[in-house]
Design a protein around this ligand. Structure first.
Ligand code: OAD
Length: 236
């Protein structure tokens, strides 16, 4: 990679960056996410069909955050954020809070956050209490039992798309870390960035579904490869 000369970077992260922290990825060898098919816990239809199951599922994921910690890949991106003088946007598909716990600030959660709740009555996004299963009241409108996980489910519009599209249009380096490239629109960001002339790099355990779209690919563990890449960039 030409280390020097970049001004504006977009980094896309997926479940693979949190894998070494002990957060399971979505598309494991058994095709299940913590014992469930993704469609059974990550669609509005699933929530309408069985809200108790979906609330319990995300309550458990939220509780599990207390038992994990950022790994060297999150720390390296936080270091990049602190030291990179040019533009940077870290776009995560992850709903955990490990990027911000590592110290990253120039970042957005495009698929929502476990630590946020969304009121179905008034639309307010708000910090989630420990559990949503017991039907707590909305902090804004007071409605009981109307808070849902503030997670972007299949068929719903990801957050921050205007900001992400604007950053992709001006970036000269796009890096995708730990994502299988199976879910759009995130899977299409590499093509968007390329279209605008960015150098594109994939860092993933194995070749993603869109690996052929990247100018360069590095395959291995994020906890090892991301700190090396950040060193290279900051020293370049
Ligand atoms: P996936 O589970 O689909 O992909 C994770 C990727 O990380 C795979 O390609 C793994 O090979 C790779 N990986 C695993 N361990 C790694 C490691 N230690 N270092 C580097 N790479 C590693 O997860 P995502 O691509 O993030 O959406 O999934 C995208 C979206 O699908 C999620 O945000 C979620 C899901 O449905 C919603 O919930 C809306």
């Amino acid at each position: 990679m030409r280390a020097a000369g970049f001004q504006s970077i977009v980094v896309l992260t997926g479940a693979g960056i949190s894998a070494e922290s002990g957060v399971p990825t979505f598309r494991g060898p058994d095709g299940l996410w913590e014992g469930h098919r993704v469609e059974d816990v990550a669609t509005p239809q699933a929530f309408r069909r069985d809200p108790a199951l979906v609330q319990a599922f995300y309550d458990a994921r939220r509780a599990a955050l207390a038992r994990v910690a950022p790994n060297p890949a999150h720390a390296a991106l936080a270091r990049l954020d602190a030291q990179w003088q040019g533009d940077l946007l870290i776009v995560t598909q992850n709903v955990d809070d490990l990027h911000e716990r590592a110290g990253a600030a120039r970042m957005v959660h495009m698929h929502g956050e476990l630590k946020s709740a969304l009121c179905l009555a008034c639309g307010e996004r708000q910090p989630a209490p420990e559990t949503l299963s017991d039907g707590p009241a909305c902090a804004r409108c007071g409605a009981h039992g109307r808070l849902r996980p503030d997670i972007v489910w299949f068929g719903e519009m990801p957050y921050h798309m205007d900001r992400i599209e604007a950053a992709l249009a001006v970036c000269d380096l796009f890096v995708s870390i730990g994502t299988s490239g199976a879910v759009y629109p995130a899977a299409g960001f590499v093509q968007g960035a390329r279209h605008y002339g960015a150098h594109t790099l994939e860092i993933n355990l194995d070749p993603s579904e869109g690996t052929h779209f990247f100018d360069e690919a590095r395959h291995g563990r994020a906890g090892e490869l991301v700190p090396l890449w950040v060193d290279e960039l900051l020293q370049g």
